[in-house]
Design a protein around this ligand. Structure first.
Ligand code: PTJ
Length: 270
């Protein structure tokens, strides 16, 4: 995610603004839908609370996610509009490293959008992109949204599915099918976050590059060691730590009186 799009590099919020520009550009290309822009705004709010940095419990979740992908027999990465806009190149790299398939799966599904997303993924280096509608004849049971349409060779038969920026319904449905779900979601309170097997509470633009680095390290370990790491991981405990981090951070900032300017208008801000 490196394109420079008219954001002054010394702007105090340059990175956040660049991410927004990427989404708007992909909205114009028909990849992101307007609802995706709203969803990103919700994510930004949580990112702000976390300090716009990858926090310690998240590193533990990223490690567990890397292990789950390496131990999987049939890992699949599910891609929607936002994740393609922000992380297409990195996802292709992660898929290559972990032997994962890439499948398009959309909440707001229509043919032109599927094709635009497929094209973006191919341009990013993907050799094969599953989930284009005529091939998505399998169905996730008990799911009513368009997300129920999946590829028999992909999500339907996967044992581990990575779902960046997900809606909670499908995560629950995939878990009921016996699959392990790795979610990337900045909101540790969301249904997706609570129902996933491993939740990475982080911005996708930071999470995927870290996951790639972690997989490169983990590939050198024995299977036995990988199993040991995954068995020790507790998602509920990890989510509690993320919540605690955000709450503590907010309290500390409040106590240090950094949030609001004093009578002279001085403030260090956050
Ligand atoms: O492309 P489609 O048609 O599949 O639709 C995509 C959206 C995102 C619109 C759809 O999946 C949706 O409505 O998602 P939700 O239910 O709004 O959930 C999105 C979650 O992603 C929220 O919990 C946000 O906090 C979180 N989020 C938003 N931006 C990011 C993020 N998490 C990580 N990184 C982000 N950049």
């Amino acid at each position: 995610m490196k394109e420079e799009i008219g954001v002054p590099p010394d702007h105090p919020r340059a990175e956040s603004l660049r991410v927004r520009e990427m989404l708007v550009m992909h909205y114009r290309l028909g990849i992101v839908i307007p609802q995706g822009l709203i969803a990103h705004g919700r994510g930004e709010a949580f990112d702000y609370l976390l300090g716009e940095k990858t926090i310690k419990p998240t590193l533990t979740a990223i490690r567990a996610a890397g292990v789950a992908m390496l131990l999987a027999r049939h890992p699949v990465i599910s891609m929607n509009g936002n994740s393609t806009a922000l992380s297409a190149k990195e996802v292709v790299e992660l898929a290559k490293l972990t032997g994962s398939k890439i499948e398009v799966n959309l909440f707001y599904r229509f043919f032109e959008r599927e094709m635009a997303i497929k094209k973006a993924l191919i341009n990013a280096g993907a050799k094969e992109v599953l989930g284009i509608v005529e091939k998505s004849s399998a169905r996730i049971p008990e799911l009513r949204s368009e997300r129920r349409k999946v590829d028999a060779r992909g999500i339907y038969s996967a044992d581990v599915v990575l779902v960046p920026l997900e809606d909670g319904d499908r995560t629950e449905a995939l878990r009921r099918m016996g699959k392990s779900v790795i979610a990337i979601d900045l909101n540790p309170l969301s249904r997706t976050a609570r129902h996933a097997s491993i939740t990475i509470v982080d911005n996708i633009v930071r999470a995927i590059p870290l996951l790639i680095k972690e997989v490169q390290r983990l590939r050198l370990k024995s299977k036995r060691e990988l199993w040991r790491i995954i068995k020790r991981f507790d998602n509920e405990k990890n989510l509690r730590e993320c919540n605690r981090f955000a709450a503590k951070r907010l309290m500390e900032i409040t106590e240090r009186n950094e949030l609001y300017p004093d009578a002279l208008g001085r403030s260090s801000g956050i």
